[in-house]
Write a protein that binds this ligand. Structure first.
Ligand SMILES: Cc1cc2nc3c(=O)[nH]c(=O)nc-3n(C[C@H](O)[C@H](O)[C@H](O)COP(=O)(O)OP(=O)(O)OC[C@H]3O[C@@H](n4cnc5c(N)ncnc54)[C@H](O)[C@@H]3O)c2cc1C
Length: 649
């Protein structure tokens, strides 16, 4: 893109990332830091100005959070690491990973061991893991965004354990409708749209979206309507043959596998991608395939080339009605693709997503770090990061600290203690504990816990995470979105495949945007997939892509995309964008088993996550990876199991 296009897009405008380099606060001060005055090890989280939720620019796995882990992976870390310094600290439990699983583990452990002393280590500058809070100020308006974990939701009902924790934290899930203004956008004439881009479809054009299925997840969600399909077929810039094919997929269902039983048909569908099913079995025009390509990004971080036709059937994508399949889930279905009414109703979105759960947990663990005492008052409560890691507190959360070695002091079966080494600010420190819970990403564990059996390490390594970008763009108003009548946009050919105006939720004194002339957060999602490759290879290519794409490149794509979608309504990216926060998650969703690539998922038997999560001596293993299920309830379930495994202090 040339300089003049860059200027038009506002690439050189000052936006609120200017005080930060790629989302890391620039702290240039020669003054004595509070930790130095106390003679403690360096701890920038004790600086008064330390407040990560307000940082913009490149967040998620921000620069500074992953380099240590990568040098461990590359085998270079210990070459330059000095001799570890013993902090002299001993705990009942050290938890690696301050996401919801690690925080929930601390909570469960304290319930059975009320006086327990716990240290939680996390490599990021904020707690919560994927459950990350983004804050924005645009003029006088304060806006929240979710940097990762979006909502309380799960394809299957929450377990008794996970539900009990949600309730114990004071979250009343069924009360969600009190806070969510479901009809706000619709009442102002906005609706879900599809953006066809000229690179993929020959022309830039917005058309009505008819594809959404019923769920509580969006104000736009609802059953597909025949009127929406008609509107789409009128407006969509796809080949006439593609329109006819699409219409017949919906209105003229065929049995492509006559003579086979329902079970035999499902077995076939489990082994063929939905893209190939559309192309080779239903024989539709390629525009139909291009249109559906990015539909499953939000579920799996993969396109239809790597999602089975059986899962597409479960997700209610078209082309299966004529097969007359019995409704029971087929063997090898992904749990996301198995419809469940009870689970679908259990939904709650906080303005900062499940960061509210992380903050409620931190408040339980370290009451003076997050002021207040109710779910309502936590929404606007400002966490005091200086209080997260105090010597006087039985629970401490130490950020910017990457665990680099976890080992028993002596033989794992007889040892009384575990020693954890962690790197922070170019130094390595050690602390000891009676037990450790590794609630971090499973792919990291083989590098930090060398004493685990090889078979277990192999299983841990197979938990390739799904790379995703959650980009939050604070815009000065949404008048242009009103003009183009779009509240959410599916953009199958573009860098971010999904663009949504923030869900209108008012809670605890927090006010969302309600009028088009008010600032709002526009949420954009990219699944960094690489169609054509097997799922795990797509994820590793996508991870590499995200680690090597700089903020400016993503900013340019954001400006270009929003300009093309909402420009016809008067949106000027140079004028209207106030701030951009790119939450980069090269290690995003937990890997979920896929019948196209994981034969064991079809055949049955022990799954890798069951091997991966086995306790070892005084070390237990949590994280949503431990259930191969990318949901908060699983992060909680696995924390609960891990705590039970290590038992009492
Ligand atoms: C973009 C995105 C959106 C999502 N949306 C939803 C949603 O709407 N609903 C839902 O239920 N789930 C969602 N999920 C899934 C989400 O992962 C889980 O819900 C849950 O937040 C996972 O918690 P966790 O503690 O298991 O893992 P994480 O949140 O990943 O926490 C693990 C932590 O361990 C840290 N760590 C790793 N290695 C080390 C080390 N060596 N030393 C120290 N720390 C380490 C990591 O950096 C991380 O902070 C989403 C995930 C992503 C990425």
């Amino acid at each position: 893109m040339g300089d003049s296009r860059d200027r038009e897009l506002g690439m050189h405008r000052r936006i609120t990332r200017r005080d930060f380099i790629n989302g890391v606060a620039v702290t240039a001060s020669a003054a004595m830091m509070p930790w130095q005055l106390l003679g403690e090890t360096p701890n920038e989280q004790k600086q008064g100005s330390y407040y990560p939720p307000a940082l913009t620019g490149l967040r998620g796995s921000h620069p500074g959070s992953f380099e240590t882990a990568h040098s461990l992976r590359d085998g270079t870390f210990w070459d330059s690491a000095g001799k570890p310094e013993d902090t002299g600290e001993t705990y009942d439990l050290i938890i690696v990973g301050g996401g919801i699983s690690g925080l929930a583990a601390a909570h469960f452990y304290r319930k059975t061991n009320p006086g327990a002393r716990i240290l939680i280590l996390d490599n990021h500058d904020d707690f919560g893991g994927h459950a990350k809070r983004n804050e924005f100020r645009v003029g006088n308006a304060f806006r929240l965004g979710f940097g990762g974990t979006f909502s309380i939701e799960s394809p299957a009902p929450y377990s008794a354990v996970a539900k009990a924790l949600i309730e114990e934290l004071g979250i009343d899930v069924p009360s969600y409708s009190k806070y969510f203004d479901k009809n706000l956008y619709r009442s102002q004439g906005l609706q879900p749209k599809v953006f066809f881009d000229k690179e993929t479809f020959g022309v830039d054009k917005l058309a009505v979206n008819f594809t959404l299925r019923g769920s509580g997840e969006s104000e736009d969600a609802g059953p597909r309507s025949p009127e929406a399909l008609k509107g789409f077929l009128r407006e969509a810039p796809i080949a006439d043959q593609a329109k006819r094919d699409l219409q017949s997929l919906f209105e003229d269902p065929k049995d492509y596998f006559p003579g086979l039983t329902s079970g035999e048909k499902k077995a076939k569908l489990a082994r063929i991608s939905y893209a190939n099913y559309l192309k080779d079995v239903a024989r539709v025009h390629e525009d139909v395939v291009k249109f559906y390509q990015a539909q499953p990004h939000g579920w799996f971080g993969l396109g239809i080339d790597a999602v089975s036709a059986q899962d597409a059937w479960g997700l209610d994508l078209p082309g299966f009605k004529g097969l007359k399949l019995d409704p029971a889930p087929g063997k090898g279905m992904n749990r996301d693709a198995i419809p469940n009414d009870e689970a679908e109703k259990y939904f709650f979105h906080f303005p900062d997503g499940n960061a509210t759960i992380a903050r409620l947990l931190v408040r339980r663990l370290i009451p003076d770090a997050v002021p207040g005492n109710s779910v309502a008052d936590i929404i606007l409560a400002k966490a005091d990061y200086a209080r997260l890691d105090q010597t006087t507190s039985p629970v401490r959360i130490r950020l910017n600290s990457t665990a680099v070695r976890v080992k028993h002091l002596g033989d794992a079966n007889a040892a009384k203690e575990v020693e954890i080494s962690y790197a922070r600010a170019d130094k390595v420190y050690t602390a000891k504990a009676k037990n450790a819970i590794l609630a971090c990403w499973h792919v990291v564990i083989p590098y930090i816990c060398e004493e685990l059996p090889d078979k277990q390490k192999e299983a841990l390594s197979s938990a390739q995470k799904v790379p995703l970008l959650y980009t939050n763009v604070a815009v000065r108003n949404w008048k242009a979105f009103e003009k183009v009548e779009a509240s959410s946009i599916y953009a199958p050919g573009m860098y971010h495949s999904h663009v949504n105006l923030d869900l209108p939720v008012r809670i605890g004194g927090y006010e969302c945007a309600r009028k088009p002339d008010e600032p709002i957060v526009v949420h954009m999602m990219r699944a960094a997939c690489h169609p054509g490759l097997p799922a795990r290879q797509q994820h590793s290519a996508g991870r590499m892509e995200l680690y090597t794409t700089d903020f400016e490149t993503i900013e340019q794509k954001v400006r270009d995309q929003l300009g093309r979608i909402a420009g016809p309504g008067g949106f000027d990216p140079a004028r209207d964008i106030a701030a951009i926060t790119v939450n980069r998650w090269p290690h995003g969703y937990s890997y979920e088993y896929n019948s196209l690539f994981d034969s064991f998922w079809l055949e049955g038997g022990e799954t890798p996550c069951e091997v991966a999560r086995k306790p070892f001596g005084r070390i237990a293993i949590a994280n949503s990876d431990a259930g191969a299920y990318a949901y908060t309830d699983e992060a909680i379930n696995q924390a609960h199991r891990a705590v039970n495994e290590i038992g009492r202090a």
